[in-house]
Ligand binder design. Structure first.
Ligand code: FAD
Length: 374
């Protein structure tokens, strides 16, 4: 019964398994997909996430695969700077943000787990507060069940009932390209109802992402649609799109979760997107899942009182979900006068104010999680 059963082997579930091991407990991860293909693209990891990865013992390995010294900011579609990021000041104040390939991060997390912890090809169909889990391979009882099964979580039903994810009003494309010329800057460019972003990855590759307002489930025009939408945008965007492989472009409609009344019930705790899926506008979804994992581990190493987990994680992550949604709305504005006002306001924002606004997100340390008063 001392088993901690983790449902879902994404970034959150794998990180939780590492945290559980560090807490001296026995993790088992059940993942429905049998063999995970190397999918996904880039992922930004902010200093709060790097601290979490350090606490899990894999920070150095992740850093070794990352590009850290790029600088950039938010531009308009013609390339005029709207909001510069003072990379040196950011690094000095909070530590280095990095961009990695998602598949490489997953490989590092998987590689750090002992054999037998991750069991693939097993789907969980139900869980209840007593710690009982029904799977396609039979039933199991656990001391703790961790719902790390993403935005459409099955485990969440036992904690919060049926919760419908909310469509954010836009869709997103992602890909990784190997451009003919090096790209050393990162950046996001905001137009009217659509954005394009890019960030260098190790090995000369570049992570690219794009968004556009669209109804949920609208047909995907793939790379050809991206070429049309972003024709005439500033360099290096046309070069990046020309270098992209149409078969390697991922597209997802963007959803987040409304605020749950609780993250725990009986022997269940929710982490990552199952608890607080957010729009990607702050690049914090996976970062928060890593914080969740470390916090849960610290609590399991202590008195195991899950109320501490809820108290530490729910207010913080729900604030970030709301903030990401606001940022997304601003980024996706399409009416010309509103876009002009937005751009003017961004141009007026001093870099110091911007860093100050990021502090509550990036200041997190693993130590905070060990000292949560109820
Ligand atoms: C376009 C886009 C860009 C993003 N960019 C960033 C970024 O730059 N930085 C950042 O920090 N975050 C980013 N995010 C968010 C980030 O991807 C997620 O927050 C993160 O992957 C959540 O991890 P997770 O482990 O909670 O869930 P998931 O990654 O969804 O993993 C859930 C796992 O559970 C498995 N599963 C589901 N149901 C079951 C079941 N019933 N039984 C067994 N297994 C099950 C799934 O197969 C999956 O492997 C982005 C998201 C999007 C959409």
């Amino acid at each position: 019964m001392d088993e901690v059963l983790i449902v879902g082997g994404g970034i959150g579930g794998l990180a939780t398994a590492l945290a559980v091991l560090r807490a001296g407990k026995r993790p088992v991860v059940l993942e429905r997909v049998s063999e995970q293909a190397v999918v996904g693209s880039g992922l930004s990891l902010w200093p709060n996430a790097i601290r979490a990865l350090d606490a899990l013992g894999v920070g150095a390995e992740v850093r070794a695969r990352a590009v850290t010294d790029a600088s950039g900011g938010i531009r308009d579609s013609a390339g005029r700077l709207l909001l510069g990021v003072d990379a040196a000041a950011l690094q000095e104040r909070f530590g280095e943000p990095i961009v990695v390939h998602r598949a490489e991060l997953m490989a590092i997390l998987r590689g750090a787990l002992p054999d037998g912890v991750l069991r693939t090809g097993i789907r969980v169909t139900a869980a209840d507060e007593s710690g009982r889990v029904v799977t396609t391979a039979g039933e199991r009882d656990a001391e703790l069940v961790v719902g790390a099964d993403g935005i459409r979580s099955v485990v969440r039903r036992a904690v919060a009932g049926e919760v419908e994810p909310r469509y954010a009003g836009y869709t997103a494309w992602r890909t990784v390209v190997a451009p003919p010329e090096p790209v050393t800057e990162f950046g996001e460019s905001w137009g009217r109802g659509q954005r394009f972003g890019f960030a260098p990855l190790a090995g000369g590759r570049v992570y690219c992402f794009a968004t556009a307002n669209a109804p949920a489930g609208a047909p995907d025009g793939g790379l050809a649609e991206l070429g049309e939408r972003f024709a005439g945008w500033h360099a290096p965007i046309p070069m990046l799109l020309a270098a992209a492989d149409p078969a390697a472009v991922l597209r997802h409609d963007i959803y987040d979760l409304p605020a749950l009344p609780r993250f725990t019930a009986g022997r269940i705790a929710l982490i990552g997107d199952a608890a607080h899926a957010m729009t990607p506008d702050l690049g914090q979804g996976a970062c928060q899942a890593l914080e969740d994992a470390v916090t849960l581990g610290a609590i399991l190493a202590g008195d195991g009182d899950l109320r501490r987990y809820d108290a530490a994680r729910r207010p913080r992550t729900q604030r970030i979900v709301a903030r990401a949604r606001r940022m997304g709305r601003a980024g996706q504005l399409s009416a010309r006068p509103l876009v002009a006002l937005r751009n003017a306001a961004m141009r007026r924002t001093p870099a110091s104010a911007q860093l100050g606004a990021m502090a509550s997100m990036l200041d997190w340390t693993p130590e905070e999680s060990a000292t949560i008063a109820l």
